[in-house]
Design a protein around this ligand. Structure first.
Ligand code: XIL
Length: 385
């Protein structure tokens, strides 16, 4: 044999062995997520299925993470489109990483959400300073408008929706008939725009985004919206801001068009509490996004306790069951839910990894956990009705 035929034989042998290994892999690992039918197709007629992405998920202008391309059709940057990244200092914008991510996602067929513009966390120093410096209200308002206009205009036509305002209501209070304008996050960790401008910043912020990109869907996004008091505050804010817009711009539709329910849950969160909030939000006529779903396999108390104790078997089963119950509710409200985005693909990658909060596990090969099979069962039951 000459060199060329030895070379060719070797190539054929390697190709054949790869083929057999991958067949065996498929047979032995039916729960490997790369062998499962794409979630985005299974849920296709009801809502989009999303996940988060990071710079490491792309190369050569495409999303190269096969786990993402197989199962999801919409992406949220986990950190790279937050205020501190896009606008590190006043007047200085850094769009390089975010542009690369957004363009790669679009080239690979994904829709992209912009996350997020007005927040109290992961913000640049100049926004931190607004909490305490002597910038006038008028100046702050202009700075906010400029900041929003610059970013939203930059991504116009590429980002299909924006989380304009994130987490403005605190979590440690019991709200009943409270006026939403008076109870937003203030104090040393508060939302700087609220502290400086007052509650009008909500209307003004959304308006600036609307003017910069009339086609983007504008969202308010928050966690624990299964908490009835917090949900009521969000409901009232959206109702009032949209009423003001209807007065100022008759016939222009809604200003806040969507509510993002982050859904960073744990085993104490009942499906009923989520359904109740959906019922509350429905008459507002807004879209709902389940925007950052993960469910700890333990209570939040156990998750944050020192010393830390890992989830029990019982906790894991409870979280898996809850995933199924939540999806029953999501499907019931599929008419208004436009997307269900998970905050991570597999447990080891999660920002709350030790609480085992996702539906897949395994860093090298991710396989489906019982939670995955429970959400598919919820789908089958729903379709059989
Ligand atoms: C989290 C990221 O997942 C972490 O990597 C980062 O360290 C902190 O932020 N609500 C949000 C998200 O709106 O942006 C947060 O993401 C999780 C809570």
């Amino acid at each position: 044999m000459n060199k060329t035929s030895i070379f060719l034989t070797l190539i054929v042998i390697s190709a054949l062995s790869l083929f057999f290994i991958s067949c065996k892999e498929k047979k032995d690992n039916p729960d490997n997520m790369m062998n499962l039918p794409p979630l985005k197709e299974q849920f296709g007629e009801y809502f989009d299925i999303g996940n988060i992405f990071n710079p490491g998920d792309m190369s050569g202008g495409r999303i190269n993470n096969q786990r993402l391309t197989r199962h999801y059709n919409i992406l949220t940057a986990e950190n790279d489109m937050k205020p501190h990244r896009l606008n590190p200092s006043r007047g200085t914008f850094n769009f390089i990483t975010a542009d690369n991510m957004v363009n790669s996602a679009i080239s690979s067929g994904f829709k992209v959400l912009g996350h997020t513009l007005l927040w109290h966390s992961q913000i640049p120093q100049w926004q931190v300073n607004l909490r305490t410096d002597n910038t006038s209200k008028e100046n702050a308002l202009n700075q906010m408008r400029e900041y929003i206009t610059r970013i939203v205009t930059h991504f116009k036509g590429r980002v299909y929706a924006w989380d304009v305002l994130n987490e403005v209501f605190p979590d440690d209070r019991f709200f009943e008939d409270t006026n939403w304008r008076e109870v937003m996050r203030a104090g040393p960790q508060g939302n700087p725009w609220y502290i400086k401008i007052g509650a009008d910043f909500v209307y003004e912020g959304f308006l600036a985004a609307r003017l910069a990109d009339p086609d983007a869907i504008l969202y308010y996004n928050d966690f624990n919206l299964n908490n009835p008091g917090k949900a009521l505050m969000v409901h009232n804010m959206v109702r009032d801001v949209n009423a003001q817009y209807a007065q100022d711009y008759p016939g222009a539709g809604l200003l806040i068009q969507g509510i993002g329910m982050q859904s960073h849950h744990n085993i104490t969160v009942s499906a009923k509490s989520i359904r109740d909030s959906l019922e509350l939000f429905e008459p507002l006529g807004v879209l709902i996004a389940i925007s950052e779903l993960d469910v700890l396999s333990q209570s939040y108390g156990d998750f944050s306790r020192i010393p830390y104790t890992p989830p029990t078997e019982q906790g894991k089963t409870r979280a898996a069951d809850l995933y199924g119950e939540y999806f029953e509710v999501f499907l019931e409200y599929a008419d208004i839910i436009e997307r269900v985005t998970f905050w991570g693909v597999y447990d080891e990658q999660s920002w709350r990894s030790r609480g085992l909060p996702l539906i897949f596990e395994g860093r090298v090969r991710s396989k489906a956990k019982p939670a995955y099979f429970n959400i598919i069962e919820a789908l089958e039951v729903f379709q059989a009705k």
